[in-house]
Design a protein around this ligand. Structure first.
Ligand SMILES: [Zn+2]
Length: 218
């Protein structure tokens, strides 16, 4: 698909574009929504006042965090996802790229794929997806193709985020479906899992390297 910057250029001089840039510093701080997308970001501090995020959504994101921890225990990058309808869990998934050697086995892609099979319907309009990390282009594409009703994600992903950070695939009106997207749900907890995982991985690499140096003959 065309990079998001094309869409950005188109509305650079429009009143919305000017307004949007005026409020950019506030948006970066998560203090106001981005008017160009249907994505809202917020910290857990004022989730309570946001009618868009329910107690069920929070419970589902907590479940996704548990699934992410299962991934971490298998030495996978900790990302977890839950597909649900009301309070009923339809499918779950966590990142399995290392175990499967399959580059498409991201948590939310697995969960959405399983949900379609469980419901015997690839259209997931009635479903919400809670995933601990902002979906990448592939997974954001799956949310569109699966016509997911609502997408809630935790941490933003500066390296691959395709719902708000790098691309806005889920808000792109050239595509035939736009899920409602709410970002930043339990973001601190979701991000902490990733930070802890990569800190541990770096420590393991250092320890291995130091061990190898000790074994070197003098
Ligand atoms: Zn992905």
């Amino acid at each position: 698909m065309a990079p998001a910057s094309n869409a950005h250029d188109q509305d650079w001089y429009s009143p919305q574009g000017l307004l949007s840039r005026l409020f950019l510093p506030l948006r970066r701080l998560g203090l106001m929504p981005d008017p160009r997308t249907r994505t809202r970001t917020h910290s857990h501090l004022h989730l309570r006042h946001d009618p868009g995020v329910t107690a069920i959504d929070l419970a589902m994101m907590r479940r996704a965090i548990e699934l992410a921890k299962q991934a971490a225990a298998m030495d996978e990058v900790p990302v977890g996802a839950v597909v649900y309808q009301g309070s009923r869990i339809i499918a779950e998934g966590y990142n399995l790229r290392e175990a499967t050697c399959d580059p498409v086995t991201h948590a939310e892609l697995l969960a959405v794929s399983k949900a379609g099979r469980a419901l015997k319907d690839w259209r997931l309009n009635e479903c919400s997806v809670a995933v601990t990390l902002e979906p990448c282009p592939m997974c954001a594409g799956a949310m569109v193709n699966g016509r997911v009703g609502r997408l809630l994600y935790g941490a933003t992903d500066p390296k691959a985020g395709a719902c708000q950070t790098l691309y806005r695939i889920t808000a792109d009106r050239r595509l035939n479906h736009q899920p409602v997207v709410i970002g930043g749900v339990l973001a601190e907890e979701c991000a902490q899992l990733l930070k802890d995982f990569f800190r541990q991985r770096r420590a393991d690499i250092r320890a291995r390297r130091d061990g190898e140096q000790v074994r070197q003959p003098a």
